[in-house]
Design a protein around this ligand. Structure first.
Ligand code: FMN
Length: 314
């Protein structure tokens, strides 16, 4: 096999052409404040960047500590600290929109209406699409996460779709009994793509002090520890998303090219790097190179040919 033969790393996500299937995940590169100063950072290896979770009003976030290392992962409870949607669009986006990659906003809210208002603000901005984080508490209606009830998840997506003509990507929470019910509901509501999975709820304990390690008590687990959970969720979502042509951004614990390829095999069109960036913010270039080696290994010309080709035992 000729290693020098160029392979097609391009993909399309909800109508948006990406130069690479690798995305950088929300909350893991902020608003690119540090990335733009990172010497030698290879933007050509990054198909898109999901910006930090943004709400209508600015939020101060949770009390520290906000992150704790755990076995094979990391627990976080940032509490959606952000400067508010208007500030992101008016002040931050003009400083990063020239970068040679695509950007998706990541929006959150305390009520269904909040999501619509934030989406409207981003609709009138240069972002390429809007990712909807439905793992936040529905403060106005009892406090359970929007994403834990398929009907409420669908209402959020419906509200966002009405507020924007940009592609909408719904980010699903693994903290539910049956993720396919939520996936089906948000697809019925018109989502253009799905991101899976968000973090898995967990608790880390400071034994000597008999306290949680996080200032918020509980938090969301990410990193390699959640990869098997994420792979199964993506595979199950793929069983219903494929027939509707809805692409999936697979994520949860990817640190190597092999990890990323596993997500392609279970049905992901694009993959996301999150926690891995805390150890190596430059990881995307090596992972993309490794992924193209896997393409050659399988005799494929592009990632789409391998999508969903896991050989499930019959
Ligand atoms: C510190 C931190 C902050 C995060 N903030 C957000 C956020 O604002 N919005 C969101 O949808 N997901 C957020 N996430 C979840 C990630 O985008 C990603 O879905 C998750 O961490 C799983 O991928 P990973 O195991 O590769 O990190 C955050 C994760 C971490 C670790």
């Amino acid at each position: 096999m000729n290693r020098d033969q160029p392979l097609n790393t391009r993909i399309e996500l909800a109508g948006v052409p990406l130069a690479s299937p690798i995305t950088l995940l929300s909350g893991c590169v902020g608003f690119c404040e540090e990335l733009i100063h990172l010497e030698g950072f290879d933007f050509s290896s990054v198909g898109a960047i999901f910006l930090k979770g943004t709400t209508l009003e600015a939020r101060r976030g949770n009390p520290p500590p906000r992150v704790a290392e755990t076995c094979g992962g990391m627990l976080n409870a940032i509490g959606l600290q952000n400067p508010g949607a208007r500030h992101v669009v008016d002040v931050i986006l003009p400083t990063i929109q020239h970068l040679p990659t695509r950007f998706f906003a990541n929006i959150a809210g305390s009520s269904v209406e909040d999501y619509g208002e934030v989406a409207r603000i981003f609709d009138n901005s240069p972002v390429d699409g809007i990712e909807v984080n439905i793992s936040c508490p529905n403060v106005k209606e009892g406090g359970a996460a929007f994403g834990s009830d398929p009907r409420i998840a669908a209402r959020v997506v419906d509200e966002v779709k009405r507020a924007t003509s940009k592609p909408v990507i719904t980010k699903l929470s693994p903290n539910v009994t049956d993720i396919t019910q939520v996936a089906r509901a948000v697809m019925d509501a018109g989502t253009d793509a799905i991101s899976a999975i968000n973090t898995v709820m967990g608790l880390a304990i400071d034994l000597k002090n008999r306290t949680p390690k996080l200032g918020n008590g509980q938090g969301g687990l990410s990193g390699p520890a959640i990869k098997p959970v994420a792979l199964l969720h993506v595979w199950r979502i793929h069983q219903i998303a494929a027939a509707r042509g809805i692409p999936i951004v697979g994520q949860g614990g990817i640190t190597t090219a092999g990890d990323a390829m596993e997500f392609i095999l279970v049905g992901a069109t694009a993959v996301g790097l999150g926690t891995a960036l805390f150890r190596n913010p430059m990881a995307s270039a090596a992972i993309l190179a490794g992924m193209t080696d896997w393409l050659r290994h399988f005799g494929a010309d592009n990632f789409g040919q391998l999508k969903g080709t896991l050989r499930w035992p019959t």
